[in-house]
Design a protein around this ligand. Structure first.
Ligand SMILES: [Zn+2]
Length: 280
């Protein structure tokens, strides 16, 4: 699934390419490809639907006769996921954030599913996987998958409102590994990952750094950087009031930077960085 958020493009492109490159004879079982899951949002290039402001990834279970985004969520959960064993939901940083390719793994509560999920994570070759608890009562696609007994993984590929060519190429390799590993395309051998996946997690809300004022954000840390507690990681400037010193942004924790904000203009509450540490 791509286009869950309409302004996240690598998944939309990779899944369109996949739908044209695969032939029926390659496929064992059933493969359902949704390149633009929230179609009105994808057509508008927006995170949410312009019809009802619906955020598909906050809309599961959905409502069968509700507004359009709720209807899409309901169909995906009760019809498509009800017939599925695996869900791969491909996201990116959208218009405002940029990631290095990172797998998000809602750890399955069921031990059998968790063992399969860990083997799948290792087969894909992401440099990093962020582990977090499954939320079976949640409104995310992974919550919907968990309720249906489906093994779910989400990916954050790149973002910044663009299609990053190296990240797209990486995603296409990941998709070929994924389909081979779950035995959907047993004839199409995929290149094995060259390096192991580092398992990470974000133990508390302190691992998201938000803007505490409006202004122009000057980032001082980058994706993949290790930062220490109290390190200066950015400043928010007020160019219309240059006599005011900028607001210093420091990190409350020692961690590595998983994603960062791209547009310079910020409003109070915008996400600036997401951080994570090794998962043990
Ligand atoms: Zn998203």
């Amino acid at each position: 699934m791509g286009g869950n958020h309409g302004d996240e493009y690598e998944g939309q492109v990779a899944l369109s390419n996949l739908s044209r490159s695969l032939e029926a004879k390659d496929i064992k079982g059933q493969l359902i490809i949704l390149p633009a899951a929230n179609t009105p949002a994808a057509q508008a290039g927006l995170r949410t639907s312009p019809i009802d402001e619906g955020n598909l990834n906050r809309s599961f279970l959905g409502i069968a006769n509700g507004p359009p985004t709720q209807m899409i969520a309901h169909y995906i959960e009760s019809v498509l996921l009800a017939h599925a064993d695996y869900l791969f939901d491909i996201h990116s940083g959208g218009s405002s954030l940029l990631y290095q390719p990172t797998l998000l793994a809602p750890q399955a509560t069921n031990q059998t599913l968790r063992t399969k999920q860990m083997a799948l994570i290792k087969s894909l070759g992401f440099p990093k996987a962020l582990i977090y608890p499954e939320q079976l009562d949640g409104t995310y696609s992974s919550s919907a998958a968990g309720r249906q007994g489906v093994i779910a993984l989400t990916a954050e590929i790149a973002g910044a409102g663009s299609v990053d060519a190296p990240a797209l190429s990486f995603l296409e390799t990941v998709l070929s590994r994924y389909l081979y590993h779950i035995d959907i395309t047993p004839q199409l051998t995929a290149p094995a990952p060259k390096a192991a996946t580092a398992l990470l997690h974000s133990p508390s809300e302190e691992y998201c750094i938000y803007a505490r004022d409006d202004g122009v954000f000057e980032p001082l840390a980058d994706i993949g950087h290790e930062i220490s507690k109290d390190q200066l990681v950015g400043r928010i400037h007020k160019p219309t009031q240059p006599w005011q010193p900028p607001l210093d942004i420091t990190s409350p924790v020692q961690a590595q930077v998983i994603c960062k904000r791209v547009p310079a203009r910020v409003q109070c509450g915008d996400c600036l960085y997401e951080l994570a540490v090794a998962y043990k």
